[in-house]
Ligand binder design. Structure first.
Ligand SMILES: C[C@](O)(CO)[C@H](O)COP(=O)(O)OP(=O)(O)OC[C@H]1O[C@@H](n2ccc(N)nc2=O)[C@H](O)[C@@H]1O
Ligand SMILES: Nc1ncnc2c1ncn2[C@@H]1O[C@H](COP(=O)(O)OP(=O)(O)OP(=O)(O)O)[C@@H](O)[C@H]1O
Length: 280
């Protein structure tokens, strides 16, 4: 049994569309969405400890240890397994947080996958997905590990592979609090439920976009800039990142090179599978 794992990737996702189709009793919203994995990632290192302690060696601005999704994921798995092992973990943060890319959820998913291996946990993909849902609505998707049609609050997943694409992902430099967006009285929550086939024939839309545009002028400006230069633009998740989609990398690079200074642009490509897919 190996006692450390380094350079474990935690890739971001984009929502090519996102419909809000209802609300549960507990306030969580029912969604229909196409989630795609992209090759823009955080990375994590893990070193097993024999004394049961779970420690981080990184700092995350604004995120205390008690809220850090990597530590929360490690504690949850430790408890579930009843293992005597602990871990020193290090997150190399690259993805902007609160940006609709699911970075924190992906960090949590990678922690569960890596520690299940490092601690010889033996949990299946389905068991980890159930555990991951306790940490966040996006975590099960990253454990699923491939493009998916996502329903419920994020726990009902059907494989939905999309074509190879390149995206210009534009981060307007702000963090959007997901809960505030879902709590908005402006949010429409009654988009008709579709099937994969019917939705494939429907124009792509993110129902959270009008709410975020109204609350955050930076997101509105980024969408407007990208629509003008790329011919299309949509927001991912609850923002703040917006993106345009291309069939060719050269076109994406051309648009990314024109992005005004002050905004960060990244050209990212679709991933066929999560890089750690075969660890489960
Ligand atoms: C909108 C998406 O980004 C789409 O990918 C996700 O569904 C959000 O997932 P997430 O960031 O992992 O969200 P969580 O950490 O589980 O929830 C943050 C807050 O957003 C709201 N929330 C989230 C997901 C959802 N389906 N309905 C909600 O109403 C809840 O108020 C919740 O307290
Ligand atoms: N390891 C982590 N990385 C990033 N954020 C974390 C982490 N742990 C806790 N958080 C908290 O979670 C919040 C949401 O982070 P995350 O990057 O998942 O948001 P997001 O990209 O907007 O997700 P979504 O696509 O689900 O809306 C952050 O604002 C931060 O306070």
């Amino acid at each position: 049994m190996t006692d450390w794992l380094t350079g474990c990737p935690a890739p971001a996702k984009l929502n090519t569309f996102l419909h809000v189709v209802g609300r549960r009793e507990d306030g969580y919203h029912l969604l229909q969405s196409h989630f795609r994995l992209i090759d823009w990632s955080d990375t994590l290192d893990f070193a097993r400890r024999d004394d049961g302690l779970i420690r981080r060696t990184h700092e995350l601005p604004g995120v205390p240890e008690s809220a850090d999704l990597t530590l929360r994921a490690a504690r949850l798995l430790q408890e579930r397994l009843g293992t005597p092992y602990g871990v020193d973990l290090t997150l190399h943060k690259v993805l902007p947080a609160g940006a609709g890319l699911g970075g924190g959820s992906s960090d949590a998913a990678t922690t569960l996958i890596a520690l299940n291996r490092l601690w010889n946990g033996g949990l299946s993909r389905a068991q980890l997905m159930e555990l991951g849902l306790q940490l966040g609505a996006d975590v099960p998707f990253f454990l699923f590990g491939e493009d998916a049609f996502v329903e419920g609050i994020g726990e009902r997943l059907t494989p939905y592979p999309g074509p190879e694409r390149w995206f210009v992902v534009l981060w307007p430099g702000i963090h959007v609090p997901t809960a505030q967006v879902f709590a908005s009285p402006r949010l429409t929550r009654n988009t008709p439920i579709g099937t994969i086939a019917s939705l494939a024939a429907t124009p792509l839309r993110n129902d959270l976009e009008p709410v975020v545009r109204a609350l955050f002028p930076e997101v509105d400006a980024a969408l407007e800039w990208l629509a003008r230069h790329a011919g299309m633009a949509r927001m991912s998740g609850s923002g703040s990142c917006v993106f345009a989609e291309f069939a060719e990398p050269s076109e994406a690079e051309r648009i990314a090179a024109q992005v005004p200074s002050g905004w960060q642009a990244k050209v990212a490509r679709t991933l066929h599978r999560h890089p750690l897919h075969d660890w489960l």
